[in-house]
Design a protein around this ligand. Sequence first.
Ligand SMILES: [Zn+2]
Length: 224
Amino acid sequence: MLVALTAVTSCSGSGRIIDAVVQTIDIVNNQQRTDVYRQASDPPYGPTLILPSGLRLDLVQDAPLSANYPDPAALPFGGNRRVHYQAPEYFIDIGGLPPATRSARASVNFSLDEYVRLPDRNGDRRCYVDAQIAQHVQDLRQAWGGPLVINSSFRSPRFNAAIGGAFFSRHMYGDALDVAVPDTRRAQDFYNLALAIGVDFVDAFSNTVAADGSGWVHIDDRGF
Ligand SMILES: [Zn+2]
């Protein structure tokens, strides 16, 4: 019999934070155990990304890029949130992918390029899109019943800073997407659908949608 005694959700060791540490007591064997859980959808990811369509990508490491990420210790909030802000260690080598892979389906209606259309236009060859948010925007498209345009996805820390993005923007971690409002007369309906699909966070309507209904909806799966 195992009993999770305390959930210590972050642990700093040699300057790094690991995802989650759970102290477990094995009552039968009277032993204490420490388990480390790592969620594939959270940084630092792993060497393989499998998108909702089954598209499988081998990721690459990019130490100089990882080193550009803000230190999670500087976050204005606590440990169980900090675990979701570790610098990613693996990225999609978007600049090195053949055109056929870039235009391949990553979900039912979206190609890989649609998920990460901007990075190489910003001069960045590396990017990421989280499989869960990729599925969630597909769910949103299904609920809306028509085509959607993703107008912002991954941003490198350099690009995020250049455009004045939030210091800890989820766009840097590949689990945030800005989806253009597809019909200005139904902006509130579209926003309500975004709230209903089960993402972790939807930015406030007034932050991203103008009075005339134009703008976008920011959704992300930040992990809390
Ligand atoms: Zn956004």
